[in-house]
Design a protein around this ligand. Structure first.
Ligand SMILES: NC(=O)c1ccc[n+]([C@@H]2O[C@H](COP(=O)([O-])OP(=O)(O)OC[C@H]3O[C@@H](n4cnc5c(N)ncnc54)[C@H](OP(=O)(O)O)[C@@H]3O)[C@@H](O)[C@H]2O)c1
Length: 320
């Protein structure tokens, strides 16, 4: 599988262009299926698993860690996220020194991995100066608890400010960003969570200009394109994120037309949209069925041309 390079100078990771989420591994009813996905994913050359302190009611990391414990530590990458806000309290990341360090320690204990290849801050607190945050994250890297640092749901402007401060002060910068990015158009207001950061034109310009690596979350649009293409019932969340905008239905139609020409599933075209562009990008995704896994994984070897990506965006005729 093609890879995206994520580096802070001290550590360089070659992350598969498709990253798998926890797939409900902490749910006993879904564990067997999650393990099936993980096994097939590794066989296909995948190497990166994404989780977070809060996933699965706090049980995701331990369940994923139990699966990974049987694998050599250098055969996979694991990314996790700390600093999520307390639900029900003001929606700002919990980014005090104590909160970051204790979240990270809990994550590592649960994963049983010793270190996270990528440690994300799950959310930002825009009122907290980056000068207070970056030294704490640097401590985690120098202590060997995280190899590279990531910002999840941080704006490009905040990442740039954090990295400028880190560079000036000899601290570890962020090396990768995880934001909402897929073929669809949406907004944080539409997702219903104003702490989400969505890839839009201005954000994209910064990522493209800086060649800054992205891990796109909800990278297939929760199946919106694949399901629209064949008229399958839509998940309510996918409908809320994308169903409000007619252009998203047009994008689904174009994805279907391009998929037919290329002889690949629509979900593979949707995922390849984010992994084939000028921004170095891996797509984080998940599956409910073996068929979904098989379809979406066709994106592992699919690279869209610029003309094909532009067609999906509504610019020009359908190219072969
Ligand atoms: N950093 C963050 O704030 C953040 C936020 C959200 C997610 N994430 C990460 O991103 C991962 C993936 O997120 P996501 O689940 O939203 O990814 P996604 O790829 O957008 O959606 C996956 C869902 O799409 C549907 N699907 C997948 N393949 C399909 C196919 N071939 N045809 C039709 N439908 C298909 C399934 O939903 P159905 O069950 O409805 O069929 C599946 O559960 C998460 O596990 C997590 O690790 C991060």
């Amino acid at each position: 599988m093609k890879t995206v390079t994520v580096s802070n100078g001290r550590h360089t990771l070659r992350m598969a262009r498709i990253v798998v989420g926890d797939n409900g591994v902490s749910d006993p009813a879904r564990q067997k299926f999650a393990h099936w996905c993980f096994d097939r994913y590794l066989e296909l050359g995948g190497n990166c698993f994404d989780t977070a302190r809060i996933y699965g009611g706090g049980r995701s990391e331990a369940a994923l860690g139990a699966y990974l414990a049987k694998k050599p530590r250098d055969s996979y990458l694991v990314s996790t996220k700390c600093g999520h806000h307390d639900c029900g309290k003001p929606p700002l990341g919990r980014l005090s020194r104590e909160e970051i360090l204790s979240d990270a320690d809990q994550s590592l204990r649960a994963l049983g991995c010793g270190y996270a290849d990528i440690l994300f801050l799950h959310r930002d607190d825009i009122y907290k100066p980056v000068e207070e945050i970056m030294p704490v994250l640097h401590e985690l890297v120098t202590a060997g608890k995280a190899r590279v640092l990531g910002a999840s749901n941080w704006t490009a402007g905040r990442i740039a400010a954090a990295n400028e401060f880190a560079e000036k002060n000899g601290l570890t910068p962020f090396s990768v960003s995880q934001i909402l990015y897929n073929l669809g158009l949406t907004t944080a207001a539409q997702t219903g969570d104003l702490t989400h950061v969505v890839m839009d034109g201005a954000e994209h310009s910064w990522y493209e200009e800086n060649r800054f690596p992205v891990m796109a979350w909800t990278s297939t649009g929760k199946g919106f394109f694949a399901k629209t293409a064949v008229g399958l019932p839509m998940d309510p969340q996918a409908d809320r994120y994308y169903g409000w905008l007619p252009e998203n239905y047009r994008r689904a139609e174009r994805a279907k037309a391009l998929a037919e020409r290329l002889g690949v599933p629509v979900s593979a075209v949707a995922l390849s949209y984010v992994t084939s562009g000028p921004v170095p990008c891996a797509g984080v995704t998940a599956f409910s069925t073996e068929e979904q896994f098989t379809e979406t994984m066709r994106a592992a070897e699919l690279t869209l041309t610029q003309a094909q990506r532009e067609y999906l965006e509504g610019k020009g005729e359908c190219p072969v």
